[in-house]
Design a protein around this ligand. Structure first.
Ligand SMILES: [Ca+2]
Ligand SMILES: [Ca+2]
Ligand SMILES: [Ca+2]
Ligand SMILES: [Ca+2]
Ligand SMILES: [Zn+2]
Length: 451
């Protein structure tokens, strides 16, 4: 009997723990007219219903990110691990807001000067009563939130753009950075769409913090900070959480390489379109098009068949390294015409958030896949090097000087839909990588003259 009681108590405790640590899938801004009490109730309800129903949620709305988003960085030091002396406020000012390379400079470039993060403040280093060993990132985050909330030098209320008394991530993005070096306890960075314990922390001037934030460590590069901020714009991860394939490799900031901090490449055109930085051209007539480089031109082409689906389509852009962030410390593995196969309709139990399954976990059917020119098939297991986990991208993935055009019956890589159906879509690239590439687009099944 005693054992049953203990078992029951442990089960309840575990249940509460799971509930309290589940990240919310609510996109920011959705709750701007909801009072805090209702907000809390709806969160608990969502967590409960998610736990028991395994429900499929639709893809979240990624709002346009235009203008500037103020960014608040909170630095927290463990009681037993000092931060590196050189990691002072000035260090993080450069990392986030300084000259190339920096987070704000990155966002300016990839948004074509339409958006960036600007400095609200850097607060800390706060001294935590937690040690690194007993590190609970949620615990230290709660501590940081509460300390910052009491700081009368920071005017929280001035960031409440819609005046509803709640500071959401699009009004004030919040990052928490802890002390510690990678060799002591390497930990990835992560984004909390809302942490229960930080939701509702009230600031000295009466604002309620929404609880959305990212947690990082001081040794991580600006690229990791930029990646986590991509989540505060509601972008999903584009690598494979199962680590059995590479997802999008290093071809997007939301792809792989961020745990190592070696991926500061441009977003793909898909993220840029969602964030309102590119207005894509929908191809309706067959013919030659000049496709300008993605470094300097907000340009992408959509090839689709509306009678098949509006969720599944091919997206094309010209990835040219130039002097861009695609040619930074770790240059993009390839350049040329990138062909992405998008399917926004794939089932997604929970997204965007930080656990399984992610949108690119199923290698045979990703939300966004690269049709690699050197793949030996399409949509099958290990279809290309990314799917086979061979590399995070190589020089043969994009299309240039191609020996074959990309269409429904091309070999090896073809343009068939995920259901195997043929279509009239074709993409023909016969020039070398360049700022301006000439490409033949077909949505009616024609092929370029003379070929
Ligand atoms: Ca607000
Ligand atoms: Ca693939
Ligand atoms: Ca190539
Ligand atoms: Ca390859
Ligand atoms: Zn991520």
């Amino acid at each position: 009997m005693k054992n049953i009681k203990v078992l029951f108590a442990v089960s309840v405790a575990m249940f509460l723990l799971i509930i309290s640590t589940m990240p919310s899938v609510v996109a920011y801004g959705n709750d701007s007219n909801t009072s805090f009490i209702n907000l809390g109730k709806s969160f608990l309800f969502r967590r409960l219903s998610l736990l028991f129903s395994n429900q499929i949620l639709p893809f979240p709305t990624i709002s346009k990110a235009l203008g500037e988003c103020p960014l608040l960085l909170l630095l927290v030091e463990f009681s037993d691990v000092s931060h590196y002396p050189e990691h002072d406020i000035e260090y993080f000012e450069q990392l986030l807001f300084g000259d190339t390379p920096s987070v704000s400079d990155y966002y300016q470039e990839v948004s074509y000067e339409k958006f960036t993060f600007t400095k609200a403040e850097i607060l800390g280093w706060y001294s935590s009563h937690h040690t690194l060993k007993e590190r609970s990132r949620d615990g230290i985050t709660r501590e940081a939130f509460r300390k910052a909330a009491r700081d009368k030098s920071f005017p929280f209320a001035s960031y409440d753009q819609n005046g509803d008394g709640i500071l959401t991530a699009n009004e004030l993005a919040i990052l928490v950075c802890t002390s510690g070096v990678s060799s002591e306890k390497p930990q990835g960075a992560y984004h909390n769409w809302r942490l229960w314990g930080t939701l509702g922390v009230k600031t000295w001037d009466g604002m309620i913090l929404s609880g959305e934030h990212s947690v990082l460590q001081e040794w991580q590069t600006w690229m990791v900070f930029a990646h986590e901020l991509g989540h505060s714009l509601q972008l999903p991860d584009l690598y494979d959480y199962t680590r059995q394939s590479q997802g999008l490799g290093v071809y997007s900031l939301m792809g792989n390489g961020n745990l190592d901090g070696i991926n500061g490449h441009h977003f793909t055109a898909w993220e840029k379109i969602k964030l309102g930085w590119i207005e894509p051209t929908i191809v309706t007539e067959d013919g030659w098009h000049v496709v300008h480089d993605s470094e300097t031109h907000p340009e992408a082409f959509i090839l689709q068949d509306p009678s098949h689906s509006s969720d599944e389509y091919f997206l094309v852009e010209n990835r040219f390294r130039g002097t861009s962030y695609d040619n930074g410390m770790f240059p993009l593995p390839d350049e040329g015409i990138a062909i992405y196969h998008i399917d926004e309709s794939i089932p997604c139990p929970l997204r965007p958030r930080t656990w399984f399954p992610g949108v690119n976990d199923v290698e045979c059917h990703k939300m966004i896949d690269i049709e690699c020119a050197d793949s030996f098939s399409s949509h099958f297991k290990d279809a290309d090097d990314l799917d086979a986990n061979k590399n995070q991208g190589d020089e043969f993935d994009f299309w240039d000087n191609s020996t074959y055009g990309f269409h429904s019956n091309s070999i090896p890589c073809n343009s068939r839909w995920y259901d195997g159906g043929e279509n009239n879509i074709g993409i023909y690239v016969y020039s070398a990588p360049a700022r301006n590439m000439t490409v033949y687009f077909s949505v009616n099944g024609t092929v370029p003259g003379g070929l």
